[in-house]
Design a binder for this molecule. Structure first.
Ligand code: FES
Length: 92
């Protein structure tokens, strides 16, 4: 049985992950939520709801949306640390 190239399997899994529906009430995928967070920089679940609708129903998806918001904050902080590490230090 051929399971395909391992890299292809990983890419397919990543694609499947981002295409999965996170908010079933409003039928919003993980990809759509991440795109909304990237583009509009909402600071809360309510902000995400206002941008893409996710989370405006039964609230069972809120923990997933919160995780994506937290991941975005951590990513931005890592970018700031990376920028600071790469900044030139003044000569003494
Ligand atoms: S699943 Fe997102 S509000 Fe119900």
């Amino acid at each position: 049985m051929d399971f395909g190239h391992p890299q292809t399997l990983v890419e397919n899994q990543n694609h499947a992950d981002t295409c999965r529906t996170v908010c079933h009430c409003l039928n919003v995928t993980e990809h759509e939520i991440r795109a909304a967070i990237d583009e509009h920089d909402p600071q809360s679940i309510r902000g995400v709801s206002q941008v893409c609708g996710a989370g405006a129903g039964c609230m069972s998806c809120h923990r997933h949306i919160r995780r994506m918001l937290n991941e975005r904050v951590l990513y931005r902080r890592s970018q700031l640390v990376g920028d600071a590490d790469n900044a030139e230090t003044p000569c003494s």
